[in-house]
Design a protein around this ligand. Structure first.
Ligand code: FES
Ligand SMILES: [Fe+2]
Length: 390
């Protein structure tokens, strides 16, 4: 986001703080609680939102060098994304053509920056997915046509510094259309020069949407996080902007009011405004202080989900003590979400699992939560969703 836009965002937030209000949706939204545990809906979501919908992978700086790869299997189809020698990206179904082992796991680096070697029997593939080596190949597999045994390609795109991949090998997509203009709101922060500090994986006994709901509103800071987030950020104040199916929420840090007394050209915006950017359907990108975090949430089943929490920093620590300090900070942020949010929300999931017929209400002051549910409804549309999401 450019300086003038940041100034504008800060002015809006100062005004909201002074008027003790926040961005408001047109009306209250009401959902059937069963939408957070319905097996039929889970099936539809898995296929329409995860398997057949392009997925946010991370910022481009997640795979900075040729040979860097990231593999994940949480959409139901194992996916492998790699940066090739010419710095373009390729993506494949992460299934070896021999007997189906995955060629990589999580973040890693291709062998000699130019090939994958299967951990099971050592078949190897270049970064274009071509099968280039079969141990004992002539005798063992001579009659097979190797040209047909490459890795199955997937559509992958890099746009505005973000990587997207389509898990379903039959489908394509348009990343610019998916981002719908939210990309530039995050450019100008120099994200392309950031470094991945690490990724934490947390499994929760929480439906994936209930999990995501926790990220889209700042209404709970004071009640749930009195000792942590509420000491840093204003409760229940956000400025909401829509970008296609995505949105951005900016939030004022405590003390932003003091900017009023300063010349605008001296305003330090990043110390006073933080952002939660939602990328449909399952990702939020936090921009707080000098770092970025991504949280990607995937359903495991109707009542459980897994979250990948990634931290990106402007410079990798150069000493052991600097690394330990940064790791501790990363862990502290993760702990707040796990200890304070997820502990409570897992109990909310139990209430859903009780099966009692009940509705939940999403206030006008929770426009981000409303948007996510509205967009999911829009993609899934038909009757069963409307029954569960009134
Ligand atoms: S499964 Fe990959 S080489 Fe056998
Ligand atoms: Fe929270």
């Amino acid at each position: 986001m450019q300086r003038e836009q940041l100034l504008e965002e800060a002015r809006i937030l100062i005004d909201l703080v002074e008027r003790k209000t926040t961005s408001l949706a047109d009306s209250v939204m009401t959902l059937e609680a069963a939408a957070y545990a319905d097996p039929g809906l889970f099936q539809r979501e898995s296929s329409e939102l995860f398997r057949n919908h392009a997925q946010f992978v991370g910022p481009s700086c997640m795979l900075p060098e040729p040979g860097d790869f990231y593999a994940f299997a949480d959409t139901g189809i194992p996916v492998l994304v790699v940066r090739r020698q010419d710095r373009s990206l390729a993506a494949f179904v992460n299934i070896c053509s021999h007997r189906g082992a995955p060629l990589g796991e999580g973040c890693g680096h291709a062998k000699k920056s130019r090939m994958f070697s299967c951990p099971y029997h050592g078949w190897s593939y270049d970064l274009d997915g071509k099968l280039i080596g079969v141990p004992f190949g002539n005798e063992g597999f001579g009659e097979l046509d190797r040209s047909t045994l490459g890795l199955r390609p997937l559509a992958v795109q890099e746009h505005d510094g973000f990587i997207f991949v389509m898990p379903n090998p039959e489908l394509g997509f348009d990343a610019a259309q998916l981002l719908a203009g939210i990309g530039p709101t995050m450019s100008g922060f120099g994200m392309e020069r950031y470094h991945l500090l690490g990724i934490k994986r947390v499994e929760t006994a929480i439906n994936w949407k209930l999990n995501m709901d926790t990220f889209h509103e700042f209404y709970h800071f004071e009640a749930l996080h009195p000792e942590t987030i509420a000491t840093m950020s204003h409760n229940n104040v956000c400025h909401y902007r829509q970008y296609g199916r995505n949105h951005s929420l900016s939030s004022p840090r405590i003390g932003i009011e003091a900017l009023r007394g300063q010349d605008e050209q001296d305003w330090n915006i990043r110390d006073n405004v933080s952002f939660v950017n939602y990328i449909f359907p399952n990702t939020v990108i936090f921009v707080v202080g000098d770092h970025f975090q991504t949280w990607r949430v995937y359903p495991i089943d109707a009542r459980r989900s897994v979250v990948y929490h990634s931290m990106f920093v402007p410079e990798l620590p150069q000493t052991e003590s600097a690394r330990a300090e940064l790791e501790a900070f990363f862990q502290m942020i993760n702990d707040v979400a796990v200890r304070e949010d997820y502990t409570l929300v897992e109990r909310m999931q139990l209430a859903v699992n009780s099966g009692l017929s009940r509705r939940v209400h999403i206030g006008r002051n929770e426009p981000g939560v409303q948007n996510m549910h509205r967009q999911i409804r829009d993609v899934l549309a038909p009757a069963e969703v409307l029954r569960l999401q009134r």
